[in-house]
Structure formats: structure tokens, C-alpha cells
Design a binder for this molecule. Structure first.
Ligand code: GLY
Length: 407
């Protein structure tokens, strides 16, 4: 067993992006003593993300199970925002503005028709509009828009403000923020017992949650069979601003697939307009490229020609934590004491409320809440999804049986 001191936390969260912070905040609210290791709490992918809460407009074939979790998190968003704003005294820019997904040519229109059929089959609310109806809603749209989907339930939040509010909420809830890297997981007697930190210390804890975003698969000391299969997927994003006094520009999120690439424009109440995003499998590269910026501006300009008049104030690239099935890894691993909250890929901001709730539930009760069972990391290793592992020995024995069966 671990040699914890009386002041050791109950939980160490490795990674202080929005997923690590919400886990820490919710766990602290449950009465657990929590520490977070991250050199820049509130940093990470949330500093780049646009913050669309797009359960319906980002629906993909084969992702119906993920849709259930996305919808559940979207349902929790208003209450989550109210509680977080109260706890932190900060606004997070949640806007119930809806989304319009439009098509510019016959191919895009066919794609959108398919998406609409899938949405309807999945019981979702989405209305088909003609090009004229789209322009009536959003007069800045290009005259060539051929039709679109009005999805009144897909909203937005400002991820930077969300991250800042979570830092404050954590501090106010007594979470210890260790502003340093976790260099290595400490495993003793086949149990995760803490981490060695880059500032030289070792922090011991009753349970460890690995919530390192795209870096989650890189923590030293994690046994190979429980290392999360996440990879970085680069996204380049632009920020423009609508000068004051605001001329009417866009009233809701507008998005499209233009020649096979996704482009979206997310208008904030304060005049910021976020344009995203590329999707590139280039490892750890976070260079903003001329090609990436060009493609985003070209596609956004086709949708909303007036965009070229706006000041371009920021270009940035971030890394989404991609997983093999595009869904997150939530809950217990086969290493006692180690849980995961990672692999959120395109849905990290949307899944923040439900992730905090299910991780805190698992940490307190030893059982993964029902809603998260399909997202157990054990779906990749053949284990039972919901429970805290009895022992490492049992997990390894099970793996051996599985290997023998498949040999
Ligand atoms: N969900 C938006 C993106 O990943 O680009």
C-alpha cells in the first residue's frame, strides 16, 4: 500500500486543462482532498477551441453511442454554467444562440441532406431550410448558399473564460494547484500511488486521474497495457473581431463542409469571431501555417464574404486528444488507483460537465456512473467497464486468458 502522509491528497489529477480542472472541482465538492499538477492550469486545448456545444451538428455515422453522452452533457450545461459562475464569480460566455449548418454547392447539399436524415433518425431536432430562409436568418451569408440545417439546440461557451472560471472555482474549493509537470507515475505493489513532479517533489495520493489531453499517452511510469491510446490531432483556429459599434454580423454559429473540410464561425457577444478549424494528423506540430490560415479564410469567405473586412487578431494551433473511436476514455483502468479522463477529441468543451460528474462519482463511490460505462478505458482491453479493479494481478490474469483465446 502507499506510504501516504496525513497531508497527502485523496486524489492527484495529472493535467489542469478544463477536463482535469472540472474533475478536481467536482471531486473537491464531494469532500475529497484534491491536487492538480500542471505548469499552467487552465491552459491546453481550451485556449484554442472555439467552444461549440455541437452535439447535433457534429453528429457522425457510427457515433450514436457518443451522441448519447454528448446530449447528456449538453443537457447539464445550463445548470453547470450557473453553478460555476456562482462558485467563481466569473462569467463563461455561455450563449444559447443555436447553429446554422449550410451548403454552398450540390455536393455539400447532398452531404447535409444525409446528415439531416441521420439526425431525424436519431430523434434530434433539426430543420431543413432553403437558401433564402438561411439568408433571412443570417443576412451576411453568401448569395450562393443552397440550403441549410437550423439546429436551435447547439449553443456555445467561451472556453478561455470557462478555463479561467474553473481555476478560480478549484482554488475556492480548496484544490491544491501544483504549477509543475508530473514527470512520472509512481507505481508500488501494482498500484498507482502518486507522481514524481518536475519541481523535484513526489506527490502521493489515494487515487490518480490522468487528464493530460493529447499528452496523456506520454506519462512515464504508466504500464504499457493501461497507457491511453490517445494521439494529437492538430487544429488551426483564427480569431477576428467585429469592430465597435457592432454592425450586425452573425447572430449564431454558422458552419459548413466546404470541399470536404469543416469550417465554422462562432460569434461571441463581445464581438470576437472565432473561425476554425483544420484537422491535421501531424504529431506534436503546433505551427500555424500559411496554408492552414489560407484555407480557413478562403472557406469562411465563401460562406460569409464580409469576413475579409474584419481585423484578424490571432492565429493559433492546438492539439485535440484523439482516441481510436473518437470517444473519451473515462474511469478506472486495470491498474488499481489509476483512472483516466482523456481522449475527448472534438468534444472536450461539450463533455466538460458530464466528465466532472462521472469522474467525481467514480472517485467517491468506486463505481463508474451508468452514463459513462460505454466509455470505460477497458473497452480497449476487454475488461469489465464499471468497477474499480480488484487487483492488478486479476487484470493481468484476464489479459493472459484473452490472449490465449485469440491465439
Ligand atoms: N469541435 C470542433 C473541432 O474539434 O474543431
Amino acid at each position: 500500500m502507499s506510504s501516504r502522509t496525513p497531508c497527502s491528497p485523496d486524489v492527484l489529477v495529472v493535467g489542469g486543462g478544463i477536463i482535469g480542472l472540472v474533475t478536481a472541482w467536482r471531486a473537491a465538492q464531494q469532500g475529497l482532498r484534491v491536487a492538480v499538477a500542471d505548469p499552467q492550469p487552465g491552459g491546453g486545448a481550451a485556449q484554442v477551441a472555439a467552444g461549440m456545444l455541437a452535439a447535433v451538428t457534429e453528429l457522425h455515422y457510427g457515433e450514436q453511442t457518443l451522441l448519447g453522452l454528448n446530449l447528456e452533457s449538453a443537457r447539464r450545461y445550463p445548470a453547470f454554467v450557473a453553478e460555476l459562475e456562482e462558485a467563481s464569480g466569473q462569467q463563461v460566455g455561455h450563449r444559447s444562440c443555436g447553429t446554422l449548418a449550410v451548403a454552398l454547392d450540390a455536393d455539400d447539399r447532398a452531404h447535409l441532406r444525409e446528415l439531416h436524415a441521420l439526425q431525424i433518425r436519431s430523434g434530434l431536432e433539426s430543420a431543413w431550410l432553403s437558401g433564402r430562409e438561411c439568408r433571412r436568418l443570417e443576412p451576411m451569408l453568401a448569395p450562393g448558399v443552397r440550403g441549410g440545417l437550423r439546429v436551435d439546440g447547439d449553443h456555445q461557451v467561451d472556453p478561455r473564460r470557462l478555463a479561467a472560471a474553473l481555476v478560480t472555482a478549484c482554488e475556492r474549493a480548496g484544490v491544491e494547484l501544483r504549477r509543475t509537470w508530473a514527470e512520472r507515475l509512481v507505481v508500488e505493489s501494482d498500484r498507482a500511488v502518486g507522481a514524481v513532479l518536475a519541481d523535484g517533489g513526489e506527490l502521493r495520493a489515494g487515487q490518480v486521474v490522468l487528464a493530460g489531453g493529447s499528452l496523456s499517452g506520454r506519462l512515464n511510469g504508466v504500464p504499457a497495457d493501461v497507457l491511453p491510446p490517445v494521439r494529437p490531432v492538430k487544429g488551426q483556429v483564427l480569431r477576428l473581431t467585429v469592430p465597435r459599434p457592432y454592425a450586425p454580423f452573425l447572430s449564431r454559429t454558422v458552419r459548413a463542409v466546404v470541399r470536404g473540410s469543416h469550417v465554422y464561425l462562432v460569434p461571441r457577444e463581445d464581438g470576437e469571431l472565432v473561425v476554425g478549424a483544420t484537422s491535421e494528423e501531424l504529431g506534436w506540430d503546433t505551427t500555424v501555417t500559411a496554408g492552414g490560415v489560407y484555407e480557413l479564410l478562403r472557406d469562411a469567405h465563401e460562406l460569409v464574404p464580409g469576413i475579409t473586412e474584419l481585423p484578424l487578431v490571432e492565429t493559433r494551433a492546438g492539439l485535440r486528444p484523439g482516441s481510436p473511436d473518437n470517444a473519451p476514455l473515462l474511469g478506472f483502468t486495470d491498474l488499481p488507483g489509476l483512472l483516466l479522463a482523456t481522449g475527448h477529441y472534438r468534444n472536450g468543451v461539450l463533455l466538460t460537465p458530464v466528465t466532472g460528474d462521472v469522474l467525481a462519482g467514480a472517485l467517491v463511490s468506486g463505481e463508474l456512473p451508468e452514463v459513462a460505462r460505454p466509455f470505460s478505458p477497458r473497452r480497449f482491453t476487454g475488461g469489465r467497464p464499471g468497477e474499480r479493479p480488484a487487483s492488478r494481478e486479476a487484470a493481468v490474469r484476464r489479459d493472459t486468458v484473452l490472449q490465449e483465446q485469440s491465439a
